[in-house]
Ligand binder design. Structure first.
Ligand SMILES: Cc1cc2nc3c(=O)[nH]c(=O)nc-3n(C[C@H](O)[C@H](O)[C@H](O)COP(=O)(O)OP(=O)(O)OC[C@H]3O[C@@H](n4cnc5c(N)ncnc54)[C@H](O)[C@@H]3O)c2cc1C
Length: 386
């Protein structure tokens, strides 16, 4: 088969790798608009210690990723200056550029043709391909080009966020809530290598407006955020990497494929970063799509239909949790009066999928602390935010 892929993020690269692994004779060309060394942002986080969801699909790649992970075994929620630890939460992280470099190396080793600094502007370039994959991220050109068929919906959420780095090394996945005269802020902070942590600052629209970020320079924005999180940064600066304030865009598509064109990863749908699953979802799409071709050989239509049938139910479930998580952050201001333990408990309940007993099994120390504060069990599956 001849396969053309737009986008060299985790979804496109991993799909290329898996298809080449499936059949060395496949001719695969991947176009990436950026250079091999360019990346936005800082590090990605996975909600397990060993990215075990990658173990079966490409063991050698999994081995290389695993040996480069930073691992933390707790989540800390800091509210009113008091840290509350949620035990039993294991996470791992890696810098995005390192993840991409490992993917490049494995793609090259298997014979994928990688073309960097090449932006897809005309799908005719792939006219000789049996399969065209739109793995070109949240602003996907492929999705726009065939929008009449995919029928996408794009919803701009109201919170603003900005992705910084910092040399301050956080030893847990940390959610830090701070208030000032302008409103409420949260930082999502995690160390992803020996020298740097990712530090994503988020606030609601009213806070953003009142703080005046719209007219601030990069340095002014950083200085403002350094002041908000002064006690947490321990004198370390925030680092910018073309960092800008943006709104999260929820992407959905009514159809996942059209003729021999299919969307995967963020081009297909976005998963809010607060549930730490965007990169994982991109990988899982690649695994499911390659699995469909393993099953159906070169019958592109059957494979694309199978991809959608297999993948949609679990993806939809995750999206439901992600939407509730987005809404929780948009309304966090209403919860700031809560005691830190009650606040952390509400946070853990935000997705609506966890109840107290399942949380007790996962985080017995936290639930013991919560019950010492709030009293014994009452059935409460949901956050105060609906
Ligand atoms: C602030 C923030 C924090 C995040 N934190 C996490 C996290 O902690 N953990 C996690 O798992 N996920 C996280 N994510 C989500 C994660 O970054 C994405 O969900 C994931 O990278 C999706 O992979 P992808 O391959 O589909 O898309 P992308 O990684 O976006 O890759 C798409 C690629 O396509 C290229 N491209 C675009 N258009 C074209 C074109 N026309 N021609 C050629 N190339 C093109 C782009 O340059 C890009 O390299 C975060 C996202 C944000 C915004």
């Amino acid at each position: 088969m001849k396969i053309g892929i737009a986008g060299g993020g985790p979804a496109g690269l991993y799909f290329a790798l898996l298809m080449k692994q499936l059949k060395a004779a496949h001719e695969i060309r991947l176009l990436e608009q950026n250079s091999a060394n360019a990346t936005y942002g800082w590090g990605v986080v996975f909600s397990d210690r060993a990215v075990s969801f990658l173990e079966n699909s490409a063991p050698d790649f999994h081995h290389d990723i695993k040996s480069n992970l930073e691992i933390w075994d707790k989540l800390v929620i800091l509210h009113k200056g008091q840290p509350v630890a949620i035990d039993g939460s294991v996470f791992s992280g890696i810098s995005r550029i390192q993840l991409l470099h490992i993917l490049h190396e494995h793609c090259r080793r298997r014979g994928v043709e990688l073309q960097f600094e090449t932006r897809l502007t005309d799908p005719a370039i792939f006219s000789d391909c049996d399969l065209i994959v739109g793995a070109d991220g949240v602003s996907s050109f492929v999705r726009q080009k065939y929008s009449a068929f995919f029928q996408p919906s794009l919803e701009l959420r109201s919170n603003k966020y900005i992705w910084y780095g910092t040399p301050r090394l956080f030893d847990a996945l940390s959610l830090i809530f701070r208030e000032n005269r302008d409103g409420v802020f949260v930082a999502h902070a995690y160390r992803y290598n020996q020298t740097t942590s990712a530090f994503i600052v988020e606030c609601d629209a009213a806070t953003w407006k009142k703080a005046g970020f719209a007219s601030m320079s990069d340095t002014e924005s950083r200085t403002y955020c350094e002041k908000v999180f002064e006690k947490d940064l321990h004198g370390h600066p925030l680092l910018s990497n073309k960092s800008i304030w943006i709104n999260f865009v929820v992407v959905r598509n009514r159809r996942w494929h059209h003729d021999n064109v299919v969307l995967i990863g963020d081009a297909l749908r976005t998963v809010h970063f607060s549930i730490g699953s965007g990169t994982r979802t991109a990988f899982e799409d690649a695994i499911a799509l390659a699995g469909a071709f393993e099953r159906h050989g070169e019958d592109v239509h059957a494979a694309l239909q199978r991809f959608e049938n297999i993948r949609k139910p679990s993806a939809d479930q995750l999206l439901e949790v992600a939407q509730k998580s987005v809404a929780w952050y948009e309304n966090m201001r209403c919860l700031m009066h809560l005691h830190p333990i009650a606040f952390a408990y509400d946070y853990m309940m935000r997705g609506g999928k966890v109840d107290r007993e399942s949380l007790r099994r996962k985080a017995p120390k936290f639930i013991a602390a919560y019950e010492a504060y709030a009293g014994p069990a009452r059935e409460d599956r949901h956050s105060a935010i609906k």
